[in-house]
Write a protein that binds this ligand. Structure first.
Ligand code: ZN
Ligand code: ZN
Length: 128
């Protein structure tokens, strides 16, 4: 048995879905009023050249490393406001890719992809 747990597949996929950018690039694309000053995970201020991720749903930004570490704990919601990482309109695509990546093609024939079981797996602890 390996000592280290592999990264959750969902975390890897979410990381692909959320764009990485430099803080200075974000600063250029949004107004100064929209710019957060510090990362809610580590509480350090963002520096111009640091890599950050911006969440698609709530637009909060975090250091890339901070968010990646957060996701490796199998978290699927924003550390700040608890909004889900994957927007509703991308959920289907995300689920399909998660299934493909998980190597469980058998499930496809047994369940439709909007089954309760699968929603529970991906969005455990949600409020729906
Ligand atoms: Zn941080
Ligand atoms: Zn948020």
């Amino acid at each position: 048995m390996p000592e280290h747990k592999p990264k959750p597949v969902s975390a890897l996929l979410i990381q692909e879905f959320l764009p990485v950018m430099k803080f200075q690039d974000l600063a250029e694309s949004v107004g100064p009023a929209d710019q957060p000053e510090s990362c809610a995970v580590c509480l350090y201020e963002f520096e111009g050249g640091e890599e950050i991720r911006r969440l698609r749903n709530c637009r909060h930004i975090f250091h890339r490393n901070c968010l990646d570490r957060w996701m490796e704990h199998d978290q699927k919601t924003c550390p700040l406001c608890r909004t889900q990482f994957v927007p509703e309109e991308m959920k289907d695509e995300f689920n399909q890719r998660l299934w493909a990546a998980s190597g469980v093609p058998d499930l496809h024939s047994e369940y439709s992809h909007d089954t309760v079981a699968f929603d529970g797996f991906l969005y455990g602890g949600g409020h729906y």
